[in-house]
Design a protein around this ligand. Structure first.
Ligand code: CMP
Length: 175
């Protein structure tokens, strides 16, 4: 179950809801959650109008260490940008990758519609900026170079995965 979507539609248990704390969403997020969108590298090139569009569609969530944000094999409907804290991406090949503030995850399921490719767990308390599937296209439209940023990141992730596969001696890959 995707944490944010499940929480928003009320389908998660109270205990689970408590683990991913909404800070705010929509207008007012920036001020109330003390977030300077312009200081986030991905949004550096955005105009004031573009930043306002992003502020309208984003939600901000806090989660304690040890929270599973996405689980491999499950459907994924949210894109996450790390504002604070770190997460571990546990890849099915048995390797783990650490992502830090300014980095993002969850883009793959939104791009190809397939289930989550890895499990993502918070290493520390985190603050996440979350964009849902419906609004992902707004991000693509409003953030200059967003497609380029996605492509570069995906290329790096493929490269890392291939290097790891080389090391463990994998002989075939199915795309
Ligand atoms: P998604 O498949 O939607 O959900 C799990 C996420 O983990 C995935 O999107 C990527 O954002 C991230 N991810 C997958 N593979 C890697 C990798 N090799 N390095 C860093 N992050 C990854």
């Amino acid at each position: 179950m995707e944490l944010v979507s499940g929480m928003m539609d009320g389908s998660l248990s109270y205990e689970l809801k408590n683990r991913l704390q909404p800070v705010l969403s929509g207008f007012g997020v920036q001020g109330a959650a003390n977030i300077e969108l312009k200081e986030i590298p991905m949004f550096e090139g955005c105009s004031e109008r573009q930043l306002r569009s992003i502020a309208r569609i984003m939600r901000v969530f806090d989660a304690p260490a040890g929270t599973v944000i996405a689980r491999v094999g499950e459907p994924g409907n949210d894109f996450y940008l790390i504002l604070d804290g770190t997460v571990s991406v546990d890849l099915p090949v048995g390797k783990s990758v650490c992502l830090r503030p300014g980095e993002f995850f969850g883009e793959m399921s939104l791009l190809d519609g397939n289930p989550r490719s890895a499990t993502v767990v918070t290493d520390t308390p985190v603050r996440l900026l979350v964009i849902n599937r419906e609004n992902f296209s707004v991000l693509r439209r409003e953030v200059p170079d967003f497609t380029q940023i996605l492509l570069v990141t995906l290329s790096r992730r493929v490269r890392h995965a291939e290097q790891h596969a080389d090391r463990v001696g994998a002989t075939s890959v199915t795309l």
